[in-house]
Design a protein around this ligand. Structure first.
Ligand code: PLP
Length: 385
């Protein structure tokens, strides 16, 4: 199959199916074997070598979705992120990191890199000049995450890729929040794309997985570290992930449609102070979103008016779940100040613009009217409490 000519739903449904030569079943067979014949074969297969049949074929789907040559699947997003960073950063190297990245990645860098003698600088803000200002003679990599969590701020991917090329360093992006349905960083010149596949790829809040996509040469290099660190995923979960990814595009598009409408509804609501969604004209990066995203995604954040307590509001919801993770088909909300960003000092949160009452909303596929009704009744209940 020539991927370039296929539509996105065909890629999701069919590219990277594991062949069923024996029975010609409609779906991929699951190969749970951890032991494969080694006589007279070209490929020595083993789960931790990331090359069992299910791993090998599903990687092709991820590579096709990210418009690149190759991919690897990991046991979690953090396994993918740590393996990539420890592949390209060695003792004595320096990395430039966007300041508001996922807390787990920040934790890896802040708590562990010093003991590996890898230095790092977090950018002051998301402007390209701030990235350029952090470059040092020993910089090897620029790490970004756009849209960012939880305020959905954007980084200019093309500008970062251009800077990285001119400085002869690698550019790496965590594309979890957008998914390849909404954003293809490789098309803007970014070298390596990471995912927490626990999120949109899995989509049903029942899989923990990670992925990385890039050129064959980059993936071959990452593979050397990957087999040493051992962050591979069980083949049962790889099979589940393939099943989930068949509906990736229709899920994400349905979630995005809902998010756009919910953002407009919240923006016009008297009880809402502010909405953060790249699709709104009021968002600071709306113009950049139109340039580099194919839509505006299904994540948004909002603040309630001062007289409405955010915690009481979340408890009053009956359909939308106050829950930690994101990107599932079910809508969830959380308070970053109490969850994803609770380890930051109040001062650091303030600096990033994350108010204590800020609510992050991962919009699902439920009927829009039911989501609106739930928010409406929770606001009324909270006001009257
Ligand atoms: N990147 C982002 C943007 C995330 O939100 C998360 C988890 O929430 C991760 C990476 C880490 O992924 P995992 O939990 O699958 O290790």
């Amino acid at each position: 199959m020539q991927h370039e000519k296929l539509g996105i739903n065909t890629i999701c449904t069919h590219v990277g199916e594991t062949p069923d030569e024996q029975f010609k079943g409609a779906v991929s067979p699951m190969f749970m074997s951890t032991s494969y014949e080694f006589m007279d074969v070209d490929v020595k297969r083993y789960p931790r070598y990331f090359n069992t049949p299910n791993q090998e074929y599903l990687s092709k789907k991820i590579a096709a979705l990210e418009h690149t040559e190759a991919a690897m699947i990991f046991g979690s997003g953090m396994a993918a992120i740590s393996t990539v960073l420890l592949t390209f950063l060695k003792a004595g190297d320096h990395v430039v990191v966007q300041n508001d990245i996922y807390g787990g990645t920040r934790n890896l860098i802040e708590k562990h890199f010093e003991s590996y003698n890898i230095s790092f600088t977090f950018t002051k803000d998301l402007k390209i000049t701030s990235f350029a200002a952090c470059i040092q003679p020993n910089t090897k990599l620029i790490y970004i995450e756009t849209p960012s969590n939880p305020l959905l701020k954007l980084v200019d991917m093309k500008a970062v890729a251009t800077l990285a090329k001119s400085e002869k360093v690698l550019s790496v992006i965590d594309n979890t929040f957008a998914s390849p349905i909404i954003q293809n960083p490789i098309d803007f010149g970014i070298d390596i794309v990471l995912h927490s596949a626990t999120k949109y790829f899995g989509g049903h809040s029942d899989i923990c997985a990670g992925a990385v996509a890039g050129t064959q040469a980059h993936i071959d290099t990452i593979w050397q570290t990957g087999i040493a660190l051992g962050g591979s995923l069980s083949d049962f979960t790889v099979w589940m992930l393939e099943r989930s990814m068949k509906t990736l595009a229709i899920r994400v598009k349905a979630q995005q449609r809902n998010a756009r409408k919910l953002a407009k509804f919240l923006d016009a609501h008297k009880a809402i102070e502010k909405v953060y969604y790249p699709g709104l004209k009021s968002h600071e990066n709306h113009a950049l979103a139109k340039k580099q995203m194919k839509g505006f995604g299904a994540m948004l954040s909002f603040e309630l008016k001062k007289d409405i307590d955010a915690e009481v509001f979340l408890k009053a919801l009956t359909l939308i779940k106050p829950s930690m993770s994101l990107a599932g088909i079910e809508s969830t909300m959380l308070l970053p100040s109490k969850t994803s960003h609770s380890l930051l000092t109040a001062e650091a949160r303030k600096e990033q613009g994350i108010k204590d009452g800020l609510i992050r909303f991962s919009v699902g596929i439920e009927s829009k009217k039911d989501l609106i009704a739930d928010i409406e009744q929770a606001i009324n209940k909270t006001k009257n409490a």
